[in-house]
Design a protein around this ligand. Sequence first.
Ligand SMILES: [Zn+2]
Ligand SMILES: [Zn+2]
Ligand SMILES: [Zn+2]
Length: 139
Amino acid sequence: MDERINKLLEQKKVKNTAMRQLVLAKFLEEKSAFSLTQLYDLLDWSEKSTIFRTLKTFVEKGILHTIDNGSGATLYALCSDNCSTHLHIDFHPHFKCEKCGKTICIDSQTFPEIKVPTGFEVKNINVNLSGICRDCKAL
Ligand SMILES: [Zn+2]
Ligand SMILES: [Zn+2]
Ligand SMILES: [Zn+2]
């Protein structure tokens, strides 16, 4: 078992369960984003609703963030250490590979600051890039 899983659950104050370990292991292994359906296919777990509840808890606790890349399905990806309960700071672009179909979080230091008129409060920014990922490019 990956020691990072226990550490992460402890750090974000989430109760450690077999299901949560299983889901988190997938995210740490693959380093890419998954939709609920993709996870359901990957995991040997019969209850889709259990997986969904786990994802929801992880989003609430600052372990996962959601991605809307226009595909219609919500994707989930690992947060940085700095996210916590109800406080997400995942303002970064997401890259979708046209070849393998994976969506990956891109750490960008040069994320553009978008000015909005007074009175508006930005809660979410979606920047979606697409192309060929590093792994596919190397093939
Ligand atoms: Zn986050
Ligand atoms: Zn790829
Ligand atoms: Zn991300």
